[in-house]
Design a protein around this ligand. Structure first.
Ligand SMILES: [Zn+2]
Length: 479
């Protein structure tokens, strides 16, 4: 019998199927098998007589039942009602994707990773505060359907799985809407997807909320507003450079100025700014987009990232003509910005006269306030802080873990910053090719403090732990 129902449905089985609605058959797990003109034979998962009685009333036929394992009944239903089966699978995929988005939004994840695992199955991981956390695994068929659904909703080519693609989709959840940037890359014959929640400009936290202290904030904002300022935000991937860029743009009046941006990708739409997305495939490169924008005489320019010699050269040229610039750079800290730009071929003399601000930052995880426990800071931390005129008391906190923080001990992130103002004395040092350490010594006399010292401020306030700070930064940088 098991074998018979895995074959294509016979004509008599189709006649039998016509006597029952597919929704009833699916809901009750009843598989029509045959109809001989008077009796309807169905397979049921157990010999419950009330089901026979319902079927008798529903069909007004004599009912004969055969008991089959539920798995076989469902297989049979899929063969008998293929359209319904695929509709059910599609709705399951849609429901699963909704659940994944709900989990991601609920845990403040920045990204969702959908990755193939063994066979054609897959797993879902959420990037929460820069750490990937397992969310769920998806069986073979479902994983592929969820991937296909994301591609459809992102307007990607669903027939293409061997080339990387990217797109966008919108998610509504609890009355809020989210923009999600989607990208797919081929891995071992399957596809890996990353879904990134984009920021909303009106919800971008301001620099103070990001953890910049009042004194640093005042210096930074003054520097940003200076006409013709050239501000470089430096840090490794995941250090929050984009958020700080957008927060910086918020402090600049966008209403009356011609403000433009070139980004790859646009991570946040900003009302009032002409934003151009780099699209290498379509030939829109950073240099091409920048040259086009400069012809329109902007006053303020945001360049998503300085990552090639040509872009650096155009940025410096724009700066020399008086355009204010905000940009990001992949460099370890503010002291290394000039050296990194010189590696891209910029002349040190030009850098000395155009760079006005170099900023760097790290995002450290904040201790869960429900479970953090008291400890004390190391003597090394106290010594480093003292060197920069900051009296660090012995009290500190460390992570423990509880239900509310999913036993990680942390919830949310906060920024540790350093701001380097390139004033004449420092400019001269940049021009003469001073090393980062030498620049640090000169800057220190003008009030510069390295990030690790700023981070100790968050240790003292109990926002983070010393261990978390040392995951990102080293006391050697404050020597
Ligand atoms: Zn906790």
């Amino acid at each position: 019998m098991t074998e018979a129902i895995t074959l294509l449905p016979s004509p008599t089985q189709r006649t039998a199927a016509a006597l029952l609605s597919r929704s009833f058959a699916y809901d009750a797990d009843v598989l029509p098998l045959a109809y001989d003109g008077s009796a309807l034979t169905v397979a049921v998962p157990n010999d419950g007589s009330d089901l026979s009685e319902r079927l008798r009333q529903l069909t007004r036929k004599e009912i004969r039942t055969v008991v089959l394992p539920i798995r076989d009944i469902r297989e049979g239903l899929k063969a008998l009602y293929p359209a319904a089966a695929s509709r059910d699978a599609d709705s399951l995929a849609a429901q699963t994707l909704d659940e994944i988005f709900a989990a991601a939004i609920g845990s403040y994840a920045s990204d969702v990773h959908l990755e193939p695992t063994d066979g054609r199955a897959g797993r879902v991981r959420l990037d929460v505060d820069g750490v990937l956390q397992a969310d769920r695994t998806l069986p073979a068929g479902l994983f592929e359907r969820v991937v296909a659904l994301v591609k459809v909703r992102s307007n990607m080519n669903t027939g293409e799985s061997r080339l990387p693609q990217d797109g966008r989709l919108a998610v509504s959840f609890d009355g809020r809407s989210f923009d999600v940037r989607t990208s797919t890359i081929p891995v071992a014959g399957l596809e890996k997807l990353v879904l990134r929640f984009l920021q909303r400009f009106d919800l971008v936290p301001d620099l103070e909320q990001l953890g910049m202290g009042a004194e640093l904030l005042a210096r930074y904002q003054k520097g940003l507003k200076r006409p013709g300022s050239f501000c470089v935000i430096a840090g490794p991937t995941g250090s929050g450079k984009s958020t700080t860029s957008y927060a910086s743009l918020q402090t600049i009046s966008l209403e009356h100025a011609n403000v433009c941006s070139v980004e790859d990708p646009i991570e946040c739409r900003i009302p009032g700014i002409a934003q151009i997305a780099v699209n290498e495939k379509a030939g829109i490169t950073f240099p091409l987009a920048l040259r086009a924008l400069l012809r329109q005489n902007p006053q303020q320019l945001f360049i998503g990232e300085l990552r090639d010699a040509e872009t650096v050269a155009i940025a410096l040229q724009a700066s020399l003509t008086g355009i204010s610039l905000v940009t990001t750079l992949h460099a370890r800290d503010a002291l290394r910005v000039a050296a990194r730009l010189a590696e891209f071929g910029a002349s040190r003399a030009t850098l000395a006269s155009s760079l006005t601000l170099a900023v760097s930052q790290r995002l450290v995880r904040m201790l869960c306030r429900h479970c953090k426990i008291k400890t004390s800071v190391s003597s090394q931390a106290v010594a480093v802080a003292r060197r920069y005129g900051f009296a660090l008391k012995g009290d500190a906190w460390e992570a423990q873990g509880c239900e509310r923080c999913s036993y990680s001990g942390f919830q949310g992130r906060i920024g540790a910053f350093e701001v380097l103002e390139i004033k004449p004395e420092l400019g001269a040092a940049v021009e003469s090719g001073a090393t980062p350490t030498q620049l640090g010594k000169i800057a220190q006399s003008a009030g510069y403090k390295p990030m690790v010292v700023d981070a100790l401020r968050h240790v003292a306030s109990g926002a983070t732990s010393e261990g978390e700070v040392l995951r990102h930064l080293s006391y050697d940088d404050a020597d």
